[in-house]
Write a protein that binds this ligand. Structure first.
Ligand SMILES: [Zn+2]
Length: 129
């Protein structure tokens, strides 16, 4: 029994697929962040990544680029998430395999910012540390 790619115990089909397929829209910044992680982990979801990216901060990004699976993401750990009105942040650690023959995972720590416009959440940007 495995849960969602985003780390939730819910199955992927019931957790992040509805968002990735456009059947539902994330209701919280954390839901959006988790589904976007799945999009990166799977590759091929550039359209979803771009459509959930605030246009003002997505300048220069393309569906083709965002569809590329450039990092071998393995695991997501949400550290904190908060929402205040129409803005929110999610702090997380995402683990990736730095090379195919390397078993030790490395992690990226980011605090992502989100904004809600007309009841839809968008990714604004993130501070990586
Ligand atoms: Zn999920």
């Amino acid at each position: 029994m495995t849960g969602c790619i985003c780390g939730k115990t819910k199955p992927f089909e019931k957790c992040c697929v509805p968002f990735l397929s456009g059947k539902a829209h994330p209701k919280t910044p954390e839901q959006l962040m988790r589904s976007r992680y799945c999009a990166y982990a799977l590759g091929g979801y550039g359209e979803y990544l771009l459509s959930t990216w605030l246009p003002a901060t997505a300048i220069g990004l393309t569906v083709a680029d965002l569809s590329q699976k450039s990092v071998d993401w393995q695991k997501l750990e949400v550290i904190a998430s908060s929402q205040k009105g129409d803005s929110g942040t999610v702090e997380f650690k995402a683990w990736f395999k730095p090379a195919p023959d390397q078993d030790d995972l490395e992690s990226m720590h980011e605090v992502s910012e989100f904004v809600r416009i007309k009841s839809r959440w968008f990714y604004v940007g993130g501070a990586v540390s």
